[in-house]
Design a protein around this ligand. Structure first.
Ligand SMILES: *Cc1c(COP(=O)(O)O)cnc(C)c1O
Length: 350
């Protein structure tokens, strides 16, 4: 769906005069940089980080654009997707007035960021098979909902949302739909990235924290219409991606593609191993189908299994506090050795 994006942006954001960083006011070739109050001598490191990093991350965006078949100005890079989730809510939701819709059980950050921004929260639960229902969501949205967050594959349930339902929401919602694809490269379903062209109300989030193995460098991407990207860029802090991350990630993107593709295959293979092995344990009630890099399983007594694994030095994620997920543990696919160790500990519990 095409909507009037500027109309949806909060007035204070529309009227913002963005901070202009020292170096971006200058065009041309300079050899003496006395404009930004940096230390001219260097850093007490083998590599120098004494200069402020590129606030627009031009090289990184070019590389990410080429890898994803989009233009550089269709991308905003965040200090992790977390920063982008916060930014999106900040731009579109007026405190106390506008609502964010979430579909639990799902990623908790959407609600945390909504609460930080004092946005209202509307919840439409996923159904028994953890699916979204477009009609339900659209009829609950009302006039105050500005944003709908969908997560596919969904964390912590692991399943894909039905593409038809997601498309229906995107085609009919007169607000922004954020589709979080943190786990898309472990999935059998294709990305919704190619829908961004015809739908300026769609923001697709991806991250380098999972399959790319760079959670510590904090790089998340928002793909959207140029107008949306422009608002994100104007509102973000100028130096949100530090210089070390920019350099290291650029290097990884240039040289790591083959390795990452191999890891994706191996991780999916390991996830299947975990699912099969877990399903054979007598105290496992259900292993949910997963298209991500983890498995959600329901146990007879989740807390007991969780504590038992902790005492064996194996940490998994207890999801019992999520609605509908009592006694459920989320287990990330590790290396073959880690997964075998987990399974052999669980067999002893039995
Ligand atoms: C892990 C994860 C992310 C990634 O967050 P970063 O801040 O980019 O590390 C985003 N969304 C979901 C649903 C996740 O599980």
């Amino acid at each position: 769906m095409k909507i009037d994006i500027n109309q949806l942006v909060r007035k204070n954001i529309r009227e913002l005069h963005p901070y202009s960083s020292a170096r971006s006011e200058f065009k041309g070739n300079a050899s003496i940089l006395l404009d930004a109050n940096e230390n001219p001598f260097g850093s007490p490191l083998t590599q120098n980080f004494n200069r402020y990093p590129d606030p627009l991350q031009v090289h990184l965006k070019e590389k990410l654009a080429a890898l994803n078949g989009v233009a550089p100005d269709d991308i905003c890079i965040g200090n992790g997707s977390d920063q982008l989730i916060d930014l999106i809510i900040r731009i579109f939701c007026r405190p106390e007035k506008d609502a964010v819709m979430v579909c639990p059980p799902t990623f908790k950050m959407y609600e945390v960021a909504a609460a930080v921004n004092d946005a209202k929260i509307k919840r439409v639960m996923l159904d028994d098979s953890f699916q979204v229902n477009a009609d339900n969501i659209l009829s609950t949205a009302g006039t105050d909902t500005r944003l709908i967050f969908l997560c596919s594959p969904n964390n912590p349930t692991g399943n894909n949302m039905k593409r038809g339902e997601m498309e229906k929401i995107i085609n009919h919602f007169n607000g922004m739909v954020v589709v979080d694809e943190a786990y898309i490269h472990f999935s059998t379903q294709p990305s919704l990235l190619n829908l961004v062209k015809e739908n300026n109300n769609l923001i697709v989030l991806q991250t380098l924290s999972k399959d790319w193995g760079m959670a510590g460098l904090r790089i998340g991407m928002a793909f959207a219409d140029k107008v949306v990207i422009d608002w994100l860029t104007r509102t973000k802090t100028p130096y949100n991606i530090n210089g070390a991350s920019q350099e290291l990630v650029l290097d990884a993107l240039e040289h790591g593609g083959e390795q990452v593709r191999e890891w994706r295959r191996e991780i999916v293979h390991q996830r299947r191993y975990l699912s099969n092995e877990l399903a054979q344990l007598s105290f496992v009630k259900k292993v949910y189908p997963s298209d991500a890099n983890f498995v959600l399983a329901r146990f007879e007594n989740g807390q007991e299994v969780y504590d038992y694994l902790c005492s064996a030095g194996i940490i998994v994620r207890n999801q019992s506090s999520q609605p509908g997920l009592d006694n459920c543990l989320r287990i990330t696919a590790g290396t073959p050795e880690e997964n075998q160790a987990l399974i052999s500990e669980l067999k002893k519990f039995e």
